[in-house]
Write a protein that binds this ligand. Structure first.
Ligand code: PMP
Length: 387
């Protein structure tokens, strides 16, 4: 018997034993040559994971929200025009953070499960000179995937820099930072990066670093100020010690292990594997005739699936039935529909076997909750989707 239930929520995820071993190893000095090497190599590997050969990577202790806060603090000056593509709870949060730093924020929103069209985005960009365009690649509250590549093209056409919240996408969804012209992509350790919660990670394009250097006002956040962190990142890459704040030493060791695993798999294979995991899980949802929160198939993320409960099924009862079968899935998060749907994460270390086991547990759970489906119908559809 395994000592824990399989964690199939959209972050934190199941972690690889080698990553957990690094976390539990004796802590080294942050000035130790081996640690500086691991930190430097991790920065170099981040460039490969983000597909940003000329980007400037940052590794800080903190969660995804710290990454958002740091990017806003450093990229925004009071009065800057910022366009936010709002696809759910986490875009909403980004909006709040951007306003804190004085952004003059303009938001584009669609009904829950939708995403603003390229035409709407272009109209907004045409109307208002925009300094920064901010987009969430996958909003974990709705499972909506945005078309980052096309939006980035528009941003560049209209002279805006583009920031991508990739907390629920980097390392799993296709994101080609340099090729697509992304200026900042940020994430956190606990999702597709495969390291327990605690690291905020982001990469900045050379143009965005240049823009940062031309700031007229000081950064209104001491901990996150890139003036404090840039020298630390640069010196670690030169394998020289440098201190601003004590790094999360064991988490960085764990990151070093995980990034190596990610690159051993290879980014193209990883994008492809996540497509298959997602297709497999969503085939079962369709076989059960359940609706997803994203309003169209092409709006649906590959890192998680957000599913509406069928009429008559109590959310808490279904989640409890699934947990009885040793699998943990997640309830809703978007405040307006919180009790109406559940979420299943399938990213990072998730295997096709994990997805099949989860489908089986949900199928049994639905039946136990009185939803009239044939046992095995979801599993059969999921198997067929892999052929
Ligand atoms: N953005 C997205 C898309 C997220 O999914 C999350 C976390 N689920 C965050 C930001 C915030 O990250 P954290 O909880 O690590 O602060």
């Amino acid at each position: 018997m395994r000592s824990h239930k399989l964690l199939m929520i959209p972050g934190p995820i199941e972690f690889d034993p080698a990553v957990l071993a690094a976390l539990g190893a004796p802590t080294t000095s942050h000035m130790d040559a081996d640690f500086i090497e691991a930190f430097g190599e991790s920065l170099e590997m981040m460039r490969q994971v983000f597909l940003a050969p000329h980007g400037q990577p940052f590794i800080l202790a903190g969660s995804g929200t710290l990454a958002m806060d740091a990017v806003a603090a450093n990229m925004v000056e009071a009065g800057d025009n910022v366009l936010l593509i709002n696809t759910g709870f986490f875009s909403e949060r980004f909006g709040e953070i951007l306003r804190r730093y004085g952004a003059d924020l303009y938001q584009l929103q669609s009904p829950i499960g939708g995403r603003p069209s390229l035409e709407e985005i272009e109209t907004a960009l045409r109307k208002r000179e925009t300094k920064l365009l901010v987009i969430t690649q996958v909003d974990t509250s709705t499972g909506v995937l945005t078309d980052v590549r096309s939006v980035a093209e528009l941003a560049h056409h209209y002279g805006a820099l583009i920031v991508v919240d990739g907390v629920c996408s980097v390392g799993a969804e296709e994101l080609r930072m340099e090729e697509w012209g992304i200026d900042v992509a940020l994430t956190a350790s606990q999702k597709a990066i495969g390291v327990p919660p605690g690291l905020a990670l982001w990469v900045v394009s050379p143009q965005a670093i240049e823009r940062f250097k031309q700031r007229k006002s000081p950064v209104m956040n001491y901990y996150s100020d890139w003036n404090n962190w840039l020298p630390v990142m640069l010196s670690h890459e030169e394998r020289k010690p440098s201190y601003f704040c004590t790094p999360a030493v064991n988490l960085v060791w764990a990151l070093h292990v995980s990034l190596k695993q990610i690159l051993t798999e290879g980014m193209e294979a990883r994008f492809q594997r996540h497509t298959v995991l997602s297709k497999t899980f969503k085939a079962a949802i369709k076989a059960w005739e359940l609706d997803q929160v994203p309003l169209k198939d092409e709006f649906a993320a590959h890192t998680l699936t957000a599913v509406r409960y069928p009429a008559g099924v109590q959310g808490s009862a279904l989640l409890a039935e699934v947990a009885k079968r040793d699998i943990v899935i997640s309830g809703g998060l978007h405040p307006q529909i919180k009790t109406q749907y559940f979420r299943v994460g399938h990213m990072g270390t998730t295997t096709i076997g994990d997805v099949m086991a989860t489908i089986s547990a949900i199928e049994q759970g639905l039946i136990a909750c009185g939803y009239p489906i044939q046992p095995g119908v979801g599993l059969a559809a999921a198997q067929a989707a892999q052929l």
